[in-house]
Design a protein around this ligand. Structure first.
Ligand code: ARG
Length: 255
């Protein structure tokens, strides 16, 4: 009986230690040690990230590829929901998040950000015959957004959650606008241009809604990776590589 108790205690102890190491491993593991740089994105956001064939392409994918090359790592892109990027980076499920992601004070509490590599502007898409002429006309209107983006956060703050309808991605919000379910869509300017170009009868208001900076997010505890990414990104900005990629996807005269 005594032995049995001992055995039980020992088994429990072993199990406990195992589960503990499993936890530690899970939360501390990054794929960098295995020679990989795992980047989470949400590929519904042209020209920053979108699917072509079965590949994620776009400005972010190309900049990330150059960063990975500099760090001697193999880039692995994971396409996921926009609002699971930051939680995933916090859990070290992904090494970095790169998704035309705006730096905000709230997000800075959750993850670290690299220096900024591009600027974004929140704009308003309406139907061509819309009565909405400026952002002042948005009060009381039905606003469509991509869930958890800055468009969602600002619009909910300024016009009230009841007036904001959240969609899984920008495309779904634009479809809702076309179907008359919302009166406008607030979203970043470059995807907005792509959506308007791809859909008849839509336009972007001349007055912009908010200006912001895009950056790469990294786990707060991963200071080493943060430093390396910042260094690589700075080199790529300084030698013009980042601008070259941006120019490839965004023509200046279309601004
Ligand atoms: N810039 C906005 C934000 O950070 C929208 C980003 C959405 N990105 C995407 N890949 N869907 O909230």
């Amino acid at each position: 009986m005594k032995n049995l108790k001992k055995l039980l205690a020992l088994t429990l102890a072993v199990l406990f230690v195992f589960s503990l190491t499993a936890c530690v491993k899970d939360s501390d593991k990054t794929t960098v040690s295995e020679g990989k740089l795992t980047m989470a994105t949400n590929a519904t956001f042209p020209p920053y990230e979108y699917i072509e064939g079965n590949k994620v392409v776009g400005i972010d994918a190309e900049i990330a590829a150059l960063i990975a090359k500099k760090l001697d790592l193999e880039l692995e892109i994971k396409d996921t929901e926009f609002d699971s990027i930051i939680p995933g980076v916090q859990k070290n499920k992904y090494d970095i998040g790169m998704a035309g992601m705006t730096v905000t004070d709230e997000r800075k509490q959750q993850v670290s950000f690299s220096s900024s590599y591009a600027k974004g502007v929140q704009v308003v898409i309406v139907t061509e015959d819309s009565k909405i002429k400026t952002t002042d006309d948005l009060k009381g209107k039905k606003i469509g957004v991509q869930q958890s983006t800055t468009g969602d956060i600002y619009a909910s703050d300024d016009f009230g959650e009841d007036n904001v309808t959240r969609y899984g991605n920008g495309n779904m919000a634009v479809e809702a606008l076309k179907a008359g379910k919302v009166d406008c869509v607030i979203i970043d300017n470059e995807p907005a241009k792509a959506y308007v170009a791809a859909n008849k009868g839509l336009k972007i208001l001349d007055t912009s809604y908010a200006e912001e900076e895009y950056a790469i997010c990294i786990n707060k505890n991963n200071k080493d990776l943060q430093k390396k990414i910042d260094k690589a990104l700075k080199e790529l900005i300084d030698d013009g590589s980042v601008q070259k990629i941006i120019d490839k996807y965004i023509s200046a005269d279309a601004e």
